[in-house]
Design a binder for this molecule. Structure first.
Ligand code: HEC
Length: 178
C-alpha cells in the first residue's frame, strides 16, 4: 500500500474515499454454523481458499472464512461475498453476550455502540462487521496492541473474554445487518 499511496495526489485520495463511501455495505459475509469445514489453505491476498481434493476437517474453535467465488475474490470484486463457518451454537452464545453482557463476563455492547450497534458519534458500528476483523480487534483491544484514548473504553469489555466468547461474539455480529 505504501508505494500505491505515494503516487496518489490528495485530490485522487478524496475521489477514492468518495467512491468507497458510496458503495452499499454487505451482505458480505454469510454465517453458517457447522462442525466440519472444507480443508483450506491461505493463498493469494492472505485469503483462505478451498484446498484441492474436496476433503473436510473439524472446525473446532475457529471461524473459517472462504470466498463464495474464489476467482472474483482474488480479483477483489467488491460484490463477491464470503461464507464464515462458525461453531454450532456460537451465534446464540454471542447474542446473549452482546445483548446482556453475559452476567458480568463483559458489558452490553449497545450501551456505547448504539441500540442497533450501528455506532454513535466516534464509537464505531459493529453490526455486520467482518468476523475475522472483529476478532483481531477484540484481541488487540484486550492485549493492548490496539491502543489510544478511545481504546481504553474497550478494556473492561474485553478483559475477561476468552477465545470461545470472542468467536461467539464475532459470529453473532456478522449475522446483523450492517
Ligand atoms: C464503554 C463503552 C463501550 C462498550 C460497553 C463496548 N464498546 Fe466496543 N468500542 C468502544 C469504543 C469507544 C471503540 C473505539 C475504540 C478505538 O477508537 O480504538 C470500540 C471499538 C470496538 C470494536 C472495533 C471496531 C472497529 O471498527 O475497529 C469492536 C469490534 C467492538 N468495540 C466490539 C464491542 C463489543 C462486542 C461490545 C460488547 C460485548 C462492545 N464493543 C462494548 C466502546 C465500547
Amino acid at each position: 500500500m505504501g508505494s500505491i499511496v505515494k503516487s496518489m495526489t490528495e485530490d485522487e485520495m478524496k475521489q477514492a474515499a468518495q467512491w468507497f463511501s458510496s458503495l452499499k455495505a454487505g451482505p458480505w459475509v454469510k454465517v453458517v454454523e457447522t462442525d466440519t469445514v472444507p480443508k483450506s489453505y491461505v493463498g493469494k491476498g492472505r485469503m483462505r481458499f478451498v484446498a484441492p481434493g474436496n476433503e473436510t476437517e473439524p472446525l473446532g474453535l475457529r471461524v473459517v472464512e472462504l470466498p463464495e467465488d474464489p476467482i472474483a475474490a482474488t480479483k477483489r470484486d467488491p460484490r463477491s461475498g464470503f461464507v464464515a463457518y462458525v461453531p454450532k451454537g456460537s451465534v446464540a452464545r454471542g447474542a446473549a453476550l452482546v445483548t446482556t453482557g453475559g452476567a458480568g463476563k463483559t458489558m452490553a455492547c449497545a450501551a456505547c455502540h448504539g441500540a442497533d450497534l450501528k455506532g454513535v458519534g466516534d464509537v464505531p458500528r459493529i453490526a455486520g462487521i467482518s468476523p475475522l476483523y472483529a476478532a483481531r480487534q477484540l484481541l488487540g483491544l484486550k492485549n493492548g496492541d490496539r491502543g489510544g484514548d478511545s481504546a481504553v473504553m474497550m478494556k473492561a469489555v474485553t478483559a475477561n473474554l476468552g477465545e470461545e466468547e470472542i468467536v461467539s461474539i464475532v459470529a453473532y455480529l456478522a449475522t446483523l445487518a450492517p
